[in-house]
Design a protein around this ligand. Sequence first.
Ligand code: FES
Ligand code: FES
Length: 911
Amino acid sequence: MLKRVNDISLTLNGERVMVGAEPGERLSESLRERLGARDVKIGCNAGDCGACTVLVDGAPVCACLMTTQQAAGCAVETAAGLSRGDPHARALAERFQDHGAAQCGFCTPGMVVAAVALLRENDAPDEAQIEGALAGVLCRCTGYRAIVDAVAAVPGSLAGAGAVGDSIRRLDGADKLTGAERFGDDIAPPGTLTIRVIRSPHARAAFEFGDLERWRAGRSGIEAVLTADDIPGENRFGVIPQFADQPVFAQSIARFRGEAIAAVVGEPQAIDDLAPADFPVTWTPLDAVAEPAPAREPGAPLLHDDRADNVMCEGFVRCGDAKAALARADVVATGAFATAFVEHAYLEPEAGFAEVVDGRVEIHVCTQAPVMDLESMALILGRDKRDVRIVPSGCGGGFGSKLDLSIQPYLALGALKTGRPVRLALTRTESMQSTTKRHPATIALKIGATKDGRLCGFDFEGDFNTGAYASWGPTVANRVPVHASGPYRIADYRALARGVHTHCPPSGAFRGFGVPQSAIAQETLFDDLAAQLGMDPLDFRLANVLEDGERTVCGQVFEQGVGIRACLEALRPAWESERAAAETFNAAATGPLRRGVGIASGWYGCGNTSLPNPSTIRAGIAADGTVHLHQGAADIGQGANTVIAQIFATALGVKATDLRLVGPDTDVTPDAGKTSASRQTFVSGNAARLCGEALRAKLIRHVNAAPDATLTMTDGAIRFTDATGTHSVDLSAMMADSDGYVIKAKATYDPPTKPLNADGQGIPYAQFGYAAQVAVLEVDTALGTVRPLKFIAAHDVGRAINPMLVTGQIHGGIAQGLGMALMEEYVPGRTENLHDYLIPTIGDIPPIESIIVEVPDAHGPYGAKGLGEHVLIPTAPAILNAIRHACGVRMTRVPVTPSRLAAALRERDGG
Ligand code: FES
Ligand code: FES
């Protein structure tokens, strides 16, 4: 229990309350933990993210920066209270949903509170006023433009009743607006113990524990200390079984700063009072390697004894003879490129709670991969999988990192050891120190072309810093060579990617699995080649795009569905007008500002690379006529709950809004695989389509209606109408099963792929999605700053299941690509918070024009292709190409910070 020191009176959402708070206690802490206002979210506890924004006497404040004493006597309003009584909040709730302005929803309560404060002052704010008012609230999902439109009351573009192709609101959207959605740190029952994880302060160090039991016994409220000795099963986990190498608790040596070595479980106050420096451990720092080049040197410390030269694995693709083709090319472009660690920076740090129920361990947690979590936890706990249950909470963003285990083992071990529910929410710094990142890459690339503008030889070699443990490094190493060509026809090709261990946090999955890094190199050199040939960069790309019936670098031939030409052609009007406008601007410029317009493209194979990755969906109809869709795909903000329901509803012939969504929960939903690799719309969507069709076929057989009969559901009655009349399904005459369903169906879909041979030839994916973007920006050549002015993005999604959600993905992806290009660089020990690690704010994102291209794919549900990763692949290279267009400087290292660009400009000028 928290210590009650002072009773403080304040008004919370119109009600007078008394709250006991310690001196200096954060208002956010009192609101959440003492007054139950869990709609106040905590993203940083440092004033950086704005998720905790509340109104105090009408003024927006970060509740984490204000003490409860400071709020004494004040009127405090939170999103939940505003949504009940404030007309602006109620209107915003509708408009946010109309625009898809809440994706994961974690930032949304703070965003709505800040917007209400603005609208109370000014009910018709302009864009600049909106950006000013919301500048203190970060959103990692939406790219902000939909939020601006919602606050500005721009009319939304909803259409239809929920069939495939309809822009409907998110089915799970309403709770995101009121703060009612329960995220990982919102769900623990009262009286729950908490955990402090003890982590290495060193990149590499040997360590020894003192007398842990004596230390524990000497501290009131500390219930248990957990170390590797407390793990009943394997002290090892990993997302790829043959590479599982990460310990839950390091033993005798820590391999990265932030690695867990122990955990302390206790009453909240005892854990709060704990000074990690008091923990009985002795450290001996050791030499560490932070980058692949020194890590591969002879004599470098080996992170894993069985991985020579610290090389975890290699991916390789070869076709034709790259060397010979480059030798006969008329022009050749070469480059060496470097990218940084990029932090996912989802607004919700990892959080959850666990308890033991009837001997089973139940873990409630924000996750992208509930079944993978369950399988890993069963191994760690040495239990049968049936003895573990994963119940995903709301997930405040993931982008790849919440595919890996983070807090789950500590929660489960704590609950088992103490027999009580335990809770853990990582601090922002812990989250940034210990969870996966985008791989930094160093890439050497050489590409040739002939005088007629055809690609002639492509030789790629890249080292990807995979950190201390494998995580998704093997996936990155294998994906990159398959994708490094971009969606282009290249007969003579060689690509090698290595995952190299260093004493850094593990790199893992982050939107694109290495492809955004390789696209920077490839698309930059394409502009080099176009310049050498005197060709327009768009025309050069169009001269080389893959078409239906042509071989990819893996020898795969798609007879249909190749949409890159359509994407690039869709950009031509904007490309030509923006290039001309920029050149006119620059010709007249007398000051330091120069405008540039760049283009880049991308492609992305949906689903696992040459591996099975099935999804299963089931559904049932209860005797009262309600249709229940059991879908286990984690919706991390991208909209799986809505898109999969739209596909299922269309196949069955009902409205998506009539469905009851069940899950995800490993006890009640079948395995829909992980939310990753742009696979949920494609793979789980196909399972949903098959399930809907199977359920419909059963119903139709039951009443002997025509296959194309129209289904209507009213007041629990199901009727089919065909040319012969109306046929009612008598549900009351059917026997219900143990789930209460009188009729049900289940279906599985697994994309058809084939293994790659030693040269990377095979069928890695059943479908690719395609993308191209134009970036328009302004460079201040005196300061080295870059100001994006506009993006035009063309994305081939095969069939847009929900165009509003497609647009939301595009905006969010571009915002993350912009961050990668211009500002984001995680440096262990230096940028471990959202103050030093910058992500785009609302003022950084310019208008985005989305062009949805629909080249249907035969494998996709109703022709749909995946989208989640594609949306940021072209952004960074388009920005780099625009910078070059603006000021003639080719940047090869991201992020292009002002100091780096200023240095490059000085070098250009001979300074
Ligand atoms: S939690 Fe208060 S600003 Fe981030
Ligand atoms: S919707 Fe804003 S952080 Fe996810």
